[in-house]
Design a protein around this ligand. Structure first.
Ligand SMILES: Nc1ncnc2c1ncn2[C@@H]1O[C@H](COP(=O)(O)OP(=O)(O)O)[C@@H](O)[C@H]1O
Ligand SMILES: [Mg+2]
Length: 330
């Protein structure tokens, strides 16, 4: 049984992609999904299959980056019994399994030139030959491929066959990285919270959400999904800034500090020491605000030992540890 498949988005560029996909889903034309790791290429590939007229037949994903190259031909095209030492049974390859359905060549940029030639032959003839076989077997497949890098660049460096590129790239679809569609972050957070903790209603504080929105997300939606999963295991009813990994806390602090110190950054009359004073005191003030006046927590958030933190408190705010009132004055 297939579970529900959802593409969560409110972003205009993504919505335009979905409109484009819906128009060509039934057309059988080859699609090339281009995007960084974790942007949702696999989700889109399966989405295309599900809304196409091949939906009753198989969707076969082939993870090309994880497949050992010596096994690749037999995995893709199958083998006849006895065609090599360990081939004690006839094996149907993934292209045969995908007959009348959709085949998804995931990470095609990771394939050797030798396999590229074999793929090209199949895609041109729509026929496969099992390893050790003598007769061609016709296959009816819809092809979707994915690539993480610019294949044109690979062609220039003789790492990718130009003829294969034109075969697979009939309809190119570029999926933007998450940092270029930050408006999707709140929606995705909500979606993953529901997915990972269906029995609990977990909320998220606005500061934590801002920290997530400000982050650069090199691992895109996959990284966001993993972080939400991890945080939801340990947080209370509401995700607070302190529940997030350190890089988010620092990142959101950084954004606040840049804002708070922009005046002295921009004004030439401030010298080096004055700028350092402004940045450091603002960092400390912010950390104290965030921790509700708890010095140990504020020190931890800044990655400082408690004694260094207290020294700095004294320096900037003339406070002593026993003088609790100065915490409140901050
Ligand atoms: N728009 C989206 N809505 C919901 N889940 C998504 C979305 N994009 C990606 N994901 C999830 O993020 C993870 C990575 O997506 P995937 O399609 O495997 O990325 P890619 O193939 O580009 O590396 C998967 O768990 C997928 O379910
Ligand atoms: Mg993938």
């Amino acid at each position: 049984m297939r579970g529900p498949l959802s593409i969560i988005t409110c972003n205009e560029k993504m919505k335009a992609i979905i409109v484009k996909i819906k128009k060509m889903a039934d057309s059988d034309s080859s699609v090339l999904l281009i995007g960084e790791t974790g942007v949702g290429k696999e989700v889109f590939a399966e989405f295309i299959h599900r809304i196409s007229n091949r939906t009753q037949n198989s969707f076969v994903r082939i993870g090309l980056s994880a497949m050992p190259s010596d096994l690749m031909a037999s995995e893709l095209f199958g083998h006849e019994q006895g065609s090599f030492t360990s081939a004690n049974k006839l094996k149907r390859g993934l292209f045969e399994v995908a007959d009348h359905g959709t085949i998804f060549l995931d990470d095609i940029d990771d394939v050797s030139l030798d396999i590229q030639s074999k793929l090209l032959r199949v895609l041109e003839s729509r026929e496969i030959m099992r390893v050790g076989g003598t007769k061609a077997i016709e296959v009816d497949i819809r092809l979707i491929s994915s690539a993480k890098v610019n294949l044109k660049e690979m062609i220039r460096n003789n790492l990718f066959r130009e003829d294969l590129y034109y075969r697979i790239n009939v309809v190119p679809i570029v999926i933007p990285p998450l940092r270029e569609r930050r408006d999707d972050i709140p929606l995705l957070v909500e979606h993953f919270l529901k997915m990972f903790s269906p029995e609990r209603r977990i909320d998220i504080s606005s500061k934590s959400l801002i920290a997530l929105i400000n982050y650069s997300w090199p691992g895109n939606v996959r990284e966001l999904r993993n972080i939400v999963q991890r945080v939801s295991l340990f947080c209370g009813d509401r995700i607070e800034l302190k529940d997030l990994p350190a890089e988010f806390i620092n990142n959101s602090f950084l954004a606040q500090i840049v804002k708070a110190c922009s005046f002295c950054f921009l004004d030439e009359k401030y010298d080096f020491n004055e700028i350092v004073h402004c940045v450091e005191s603002n960092l400390i003030r912010n950390a104290m605000k965030e921790s509700g006046g708890n010095q140990s927590e504020a020190a931890k958030a800044l990655g400082l030992s408690l004694s260094t933190f207290r020294d700095k408190m004294r320096k900037y705010f003339q406070t002593t540890i026993s003088e609790k009132k100065s915490d409140k004055e901050l």
